[in-house]
Write a new protein. Structure first.
Length: 328
């Protein structure tokens, strides 16, 4: 079965969508939609497919099996809702939306229509993360005690004062729960000292399994710095680290001064490429579509990340620790 794919969005990350689906032998890129005729035509010409600005016309004329959305972060709700109403199977970029009420409406309508509705938390497919999850599942670290996520770079300016937390650190919420299980509570500090938004946040986390954790997320840093992204997981029997998502993985055992290190070899360009984490996710998405299985990362994961962001925002506003269950 060849999967017919339409891409909505002609920006930089939208180009990655087009690259992947136009290059797969099991897919056909049937359309690229964008907000302006010029951007749609330019990107569609690049990948030799049909340009659209009208989503309804695109669906009617190309009949895609999957529509992927890669739009500006604060403009997700209306296009996603219109595609759900049309019954399209969807893969959306993070964040799902910025508002929990909107998230719940999208999920409810998608469930009512029985559509495939996935979200691209591609960090899960980085080789260091795959190795980290395996080590945790195999018990190499023992019982988990604390988990840390640090991620920061240049600002992506938007209308929301919490853009950094919702649109970027959603990866942190998703990753720490992917590795450590559900987060139970959050206590937050935030600063808006640079340009008016809460561009740097520091969160203290409590997990359901009684581990603790931290998230330090910033739009006041630089992606040029080494270890702009660092994940650390400590357990009773060992510790692991993930550096810059795809660059490096280390594994240490308690009491042993020797550390095992993974880094992609000379010819292993695929594993060292951040963009290839999306290719890996798409492998699983296409298999799920072809076999009738649910999405490997359902859109509910986007709602969960937004729930945790709202928990953090409320904690900061109240000046106290807040349970995530309040926004379930």
């Amino acid at each position: 079965m060849t999967v017919r794919v339409a891409v909505v969005g002609a920006g930089g990350w939208g180009r990655q969508h087009a690259r992947i689906f136009s290059g797969r032998s099991d897919c056909e890129l049937v359309a690229i939609a964008a907000r302006t005729p010029t951007s749609a035509a330019e990107r569609a010409a690049e990948y030799r497919t049909a340009p659209y600005t009208d989503l309804g016309a695109m669906l009617k004329e190309t009949r895609p099996d999957l529509v992927t959305l890669c739009l500006p972060n604060e403009g997700h709700f209306e296009p996603t809702l219109s595609l759900i109403e049309a019954g399209a199977n969807l893969l959306v970029e993070k964040p799902l939306v910025f508002d929990l009420t909107e998230a719940d409406e999208l999920l409810r309508r998608a469930e009512d229509r029985g559509i495939f509705f996935g979200i691209n938390f591609n960090h899960r497919y980085a080789e260091p993360v795959v190795r980290a999850q395996r080590a945790i599942q195999d018990g190499v670290l023992g019982d988990l005690l604390f988990l840390t996520w640090r991620f920061g770079g240049e600002a992506n300016y938007g209308e929301s004062p919490h853009a950094n937390l919702i649109e970027t650190q959603c990866h942190g919420f998703d990753m720490l729960e992917h590795l450590g299980g559900p987060i139970r509570s959050i206590a937050a500090q935030m600063t808006r000292k640079t340009y008016g938004a809460y561009s740097t946040v520091a969160l203290a986390l409590g997990f359901e399994n009684d581990a603790v954790g931290t998230i330090l997320g910033s739009y006041d840093s630089s992606y040029a710095y080494p270890d702009t992204h660092l994940v650390e997981v400590n357990g009773t029997a060992g510790r692991l680290t993930i550096h810059d998502t795809v660059r490096r993985f280390t594994l240490s055992r308690a009491g042993d001064e020797t550390t095992s290190v993974w880094e992609a070899g000379y010819f292993n360009d695929e594993a060292r490429s951040f963009h290839s984490t999306f290719d890996r996710h798409v492998d699983h998405i296409i298999t799920a579509l072809q076999t009738g299985a649910p999405p490997p990362i359902p859109a509910t994961a986007g709602r969960r990340a937004l729930q945790l962001a709202q928990t953090a925002i409320t904690s900061f506003e109240r000046g106290t620790r807040v349970d995530a269950e309040e926004f379930a």
